[in-house]
Design a protein around this ligand. Structure first.
Ligand SMILES: [Zn+2]
Length: 211
């Protein structure tokens, strides 16, 4: 569920005191409009009713998107120096909350820590770009009989890459060489898929690379 707080604000330009609405929890699945506002850089941008000055209200916010397997704890940029303590606090709070659920309902991925909404927005935009190329790859591979493996969102995020992985070979879990050959096939079909070029470079640079 998404929630907001009404908080007392004072305009930095004209001194007007007013009550502003600040979002403190966002559920992207239930409220896609809030996700759009966030992505557009307009979330928690509050305007003074007197002079119109718009200012960001930085508050702690929890962002969750179950379909993307993402839980983000976003602290104000000014708290970055407290990162080690906040990370500990986040993990213990998260584990405690998860322990209250039956095992089958617990999340299989960890929350992520951010400082400032800009960091979270950057991740969302990067994942949009990954998703776009994944879709193109999916279509090209289907048309050209190249098998693909679709990673879980949290797995692709951990590997900093696309979710659709082209592969050769028949084994259930493709090895490094099967994936490299699959990417080569895909890049023959469309050489400008730069996230796949980058993934290939990452795999080549790491002989121990595995899914
Ligand atoms: Zn004002």
């Amino acid at each position: 569920m998404s929630t907001f707080n009404d908080i007392d604000l004072e305009c930095a330009q004209c001194g007007e005191e007013f009550i502003g609405t600040v979002w403190v929890a966002i559920h992207a699945g239930q409220d896609p409009k809030l996700k759009d506002l966030l992505r557009g850089g307009e979330l928690n941008l509050v305007s003074c009713p007197e002079c119109g000055l718009a200012a960001f209200q930085e508050r702690f916010l929890i962002y969750q998107d179950p379909a993307a397997e993402l839980v983000a704890y976003v602290y104000p940029e000014s708290q970055r120096r407290q990162e080690p303590e906040l990370r500990k606090l986040m993990m213990s709070g998260f584990r405690e909350a998860q322990a209250a659920f039956p095992e089958k309902d617990r999340l299989s991925y960890d929350p992520m820590l951010f400082f400032g909404l800009a960091e979270l927005i950057e991740l969302l935009r990067k994942e949009d770009s990954f998703a776009e190329q994944s879709q193109i790859a999916q279509v090209l591979c289907r048309q050209n009989q190249v098998d693909t493996l679709v990673l879980l969102p949290s797995q692709a995020r951990r590997l900093h890459t696309v979710r659709v992985i082209p592969r050769l070979g028949k084994g259930k879990a493709p090895g490094r060489q099967d994936i490299l050959k699959g990417i080569d096939r895909l890049l023959e079909l469309d050489p400008v898929l730069d996230h796949y070029v980058k993934l290939k470079e990452t795999i080549l640079a790491d002989p121990a690379w595995a899914l």
